[in-house]
Write a protein that binds this ligand. Structure first.
Ligand code: SF4
Ligand code: SF4
Length: 229
């Protein structure tokens, strides 16, 4: 999921300096799980805004705010509370902010969170990054541990000279990704994979903005000339 962190309230308040009436939108997926944009966080944001002299016209948690059409339909159904607001604070990742900004182009749509990374939940409140969505996955060859993401240098062919006693040169608290990969492959009885030389990755597969359309849907979607937004 996308890991988010709420922005400091002072930053949000500054974004609202020209607005009095505010609506708050959250997200029922990642931001709820991260406890940055679920019902409790919306209630707390509403309380702080009222204390700061703002008029909160309402709040809601979208099923998944990154779903552009779904969120648009949900928000249009809310009627007056959204219509009368001159600003919308979005407590979700930037994708959710993008959906809502597209729905309400005339309003001040404010990101209430910073999006950090695509993360794994280790336990509630503790997340780490294990994939950087490079577009060309090699986990089958590295025992399910991503060197692109978990090696500080993104090395593809074994450890660098800075590795010390199994630790990464950037910190004695961090295990070297390639030592972890070696141990994992050893457990699997697949150390032969260590001998494979990986070519430099084709980073053109990770150009931005990313677009993917399954064949079934490609024809349904109209895009501006050039293909990307
Ligand atoms: S190689 Fe790493 S960054 Fe690329 S898709 Fe696989 S896990 Fe993600
Ligand atoms: S010590 Fe290991 S994890 Fe750290 S940069 Fe070198 S190869 Fe990567």
């Amino acid at each position: 999921m996308i890991i988010t962190k709420q922005k400091p309230f002072e930053v949000i308040k500054e974004c609202l300096r020209d607005n009095k009436k505010v609506f708050i939108a959250g997200c029922g997926e990642c931001a709820t799980l991260c406890k940055t944009g679920g019902p409790d966080e919306i209630a707390e944001m509403a309380r702080m805004l009222r204390e700061a002299g703002k008029e909160v016209t309402g709040g809601f948690v979208a099923i998944a705010s990154c779903h552009v059409v779904g969120t648009k339909i949900e928000m249009k159904k809310l009627g007056e509370p959204v219509k009368e607001a001159d600003a919308v604070i979005v407590l979700s990742c930037g994708a959710g902010v993008g959906s809502i900004a597209e729905t309400y182009e005339e309003k001040n749509v404010i990101p209430g969170c910073d999006s950090l990374f695509l993360g794994n939940t280790v336990r509630v409140g503790s997340y780490d990054e294990r994939c950087m969505t490079c577009g060309e996955c090699i986990l089958e060859e590295t025992g399910g541990i991503c060197p692109v993401t978990t090696c500080a240098k993104g090395l593809l062919n074994g450890p660098c000279g800075g590795m010390n006693n199994g630790k990464c040169e950037i910190s004695p608290d961090i295990e070297c990704a390639w030592v972890r990969i070696y141990r994992r492959l050893e457990k699997k009885g697949r150390l032969d994979r260590m001998e494979k030389i990986h070519e430099a990755k084709d980073y053109s597969k990770h150009t931005k903005p990313g677009v993917f359309e399954g064949e079934k849907y490609a024809k349904m979607r109209k895009r501006p000339e050039g293909g990307k937004r």
